[in-house]
Design a protein around this ligand. Structure first.
Ligand SMILES: [Zn+2]
Length: 359
């Protein structure tokens, strides 16, 4: 049975008709289709381009596929129909085509420096093993690898790059040679500089970006996934660290405070920005709408650009075509125009995933 949908397909303004046949979209009328949407504003679903469904609340790796399913469903029920998992300690390739779960773009495990990163989450390797490990983790994911570009170095009491420039550059090359795109976690100024110059595909967080690097990202087409929700937790991180590592604590607060300006500059320079919450561990799933509101309110993205960053453009970036001829049969419908008031994205009136009506 084909489904018929009529509504305003954002970002256009006209009411249009489309049909869902199995898991595909067509604009060719299908005779006898059931009309399941008549009115409202239609998106190809939201995307969370940085979260972790392999990390349980509290930060430990999940231990079963069911836990991953449960976390992915929290996002799905908030209208997130595509996810990029930015590093999972627990492999779940079995879930890629599961009918009631969002589309999944997955990195393998985080590739991290020894004894510095979150416990039990990454594969921790010294400089000599980074490139080979990246190639291996490219095989564990389905198109992405995740590098931990920096973390606290307790010896120096501040953020520091995970490895030297040569190693990090070789890591990005190894990812590309293995057919994967590379995403890198960076908070500090020094690590993000090395990684952007090394040609990484997406900068995660990127609190240490300078205007020069932002220009370079715009020219290269390097993406930024700011995870503003995560950066708001830096105050708590600084409080916990202050007694032992006051320099680190001050650095984290300074990075936090300048971040809305960094994202605003990246937006104005034309850097491709995508919505990511960093859910998993310390941050709840289902908050894509809140990240969207932060990008608008704190970093000044226009609502239509926030919608692009969370929806059609993000899906295109991840390889999940949206509401185009032959695209995938995912959509969310809102009763009001989210360009007028973004808050409506918190409450999708209808959710259709892989051609199935979920709400
Ligand atoms: Zn993350």
């Amino acid at each position: 049975m084909a489904l018929h949908v009529r509504g305003v397909l954002l970002p256009d303004d006209e009411v249009r008709d489309l049909w869902l046949v199995g898991d595909r979209v067509t604009f060719e009328p299908v005779h006898g289709a059931e009309t399941v949407v008549d009115g409202g504003f239609v998106l190809p679903g939201l995307t969370d381009a940085h979260c972790h469904i392999g990390i349980a609340r509290g930060g430990a790796p999940i231990t079963s596929l069911d836990q991953a399913r449960e976390l992915a469903r929290v996002d799905r029920d908030a209208g997130v129909l595509a996810i990029r998992d930015a590093g999972s300690p627990y492999p779940y390739p079995e879930l890629d085509d599961e009918p009631d779960l969002p589309r999944l773009a997955r990195a393998g495990r985080h590739v991290a420096p020894p004894k510095r990163y979150l416990r039990d989450i990454g594969v921790e390797v010294g400089a000599g093993e980074v490139a080979a490990t990246v190639a291996e983790q490219a095989g564990a994911g389905n198109g992405w690898v995740k590098l931990v570009g920096d973390w606290i170095d307790r010896g120096i009491g501040d953020l520091a790059p995970a490895w030297d420039e040569e190693t990090m550059t070789a890591a990005v090359e190894a990812a590309h040679a293995a057919g994967a795109r590379a995403a890198v976690h960076t908070f500090s100024e020094s690590a993000v500089e090395i990684m952007v110059r090394a040609g990484v595909d997406s900068v995660e967080h990127g609190t240490g970006l300078s205007l020069d690097l932002i220009d370079l990202m715009a020219r290269q087409g390097t993406a930024l996934v700011p995870t503003m929700i995560n950066i708001r937790t830096f105050g708590g991180i600084a409080d916990q660290a202050r007694a032992k590592f006051p320099g680190y604590a001050d650095h984290m607060l300074a990075l936090r405070d300048r971040f809305p300006e960094v994202v605003r500059s990246a937006y104005e320079a034309g850097v491709p920005i995508y919505v990511g919450t960093d859910a998993g561990g310390g941050i709840d799933h289902g908050l894509a709408a809140e990240e969207m509101l932060l990008l608008h309110e704190q970093a000044g993205l226009a609502p239509v650009d926030v919608l692009a960053a969370a929806s059609w453009r993000a899906r295109e970036w991840l390889g999940f075509p949206g509401l185009v001829e032959g695209g995938l049969a995912d959509l969310t419908v809102y009763p009001e125009d989210p360009r007028r008031d973004l808050r409506i994205v918190r409450t999708p009136a209808r959710i259709i995933l892989r051609g199935h009506i979920l709400r």
